[in-house]
Write a protein that binds this ligand. Sequence first.
Ligand SMILES: Nc1ncnc2c1ncn2[C@@H]1O[C@H](COP(=O)(O)OP(=O)(O)OP(=O)(O)O)[C@@H](O)[C@H]1O
Length: 250
Amino acid sequence: MAFVRMEHLSKTYPNGTVALQDVNLTIREGEFLCFVGPSGCGKSTIFKLITGLSQPSKGDLDVFGTTPKEARKQSDIAFVFQDHTLLPWSTVEANVRLPLELRGVDKKTQKAEAERVLELVGLKDYMKVLPRQLSGGMKMRVSIARALISRPKLLLMDEPFGALDEITRQTLQMELLNIWQQNPEMTILFVTHNVFESVFLSTSVVVMTPRPGKIAATVNIPVPYPRDESFRTNAQFGELVREVSAALEH
Ligand SMILES: Nc1ncnc2c1ncn2[C@@H]1O[C@H](COP(=O)(O)OP(=O)(O)OP(=O)(O)O)[C@@H](O)[C@H]1O
């Protein structure tokens, strides 16, 4: 069954900007899809449509076989943005527990789940610390933990590592793949401007055209997981990066 299905999906904003035009895409459960494309090609608009925050102008969109609004009510969708959006006055633990607290989950479960996800991102020893005491990479790990606490079926990541230095970025890519391996049923949609990142992470790269955004190509990355650092330097990686880059140029 399609997990997310887009058919002839178009979005024109009220000011006349055509952000997406005739997008057709079927996403299956357990995929890790990366979207790459030039600035303004509609990548964030796709996320807004999937979460029901914006309505399509034309075409069909189903999420988990229902409407985006219904799917969001099931709280099976979580987000991670480039800006980690942590509450500065709350501890790491309180930030991570927030989605469960808002849902009225009991305190004992909140704590146990916070420990589980902070362990996953390697920050169990930082539960009582405030965000300002953390590095950029650590803040991003907290943000990922907060998204994972709801055990989402679908994780939407909008340029999550865009503001990090290259070494931290590569470390977090590896960590994200490890987390996904432990939750293989989770589907991840990941927006990035970085072709190398898209090839390293994904099962397929969706290449978008400049505005109005359309799908220029979908490049399958037929490399089994677990992937390790040696993948970044092998010949197949280079070929796949060239293929994605060539699709971006058209
Ligand atoms: N609410 C809005 N009203 C009018 N135009 C909008 C609105 N939101 C986005 N746009 C325009 O629609 C186009 C697509 O925007 P979107 O944010 O989806 O692109 P993007 O690919 O995510 O960009 P970036 O890579 O810079 O984050 C852009 O030209 C943008 O200016």
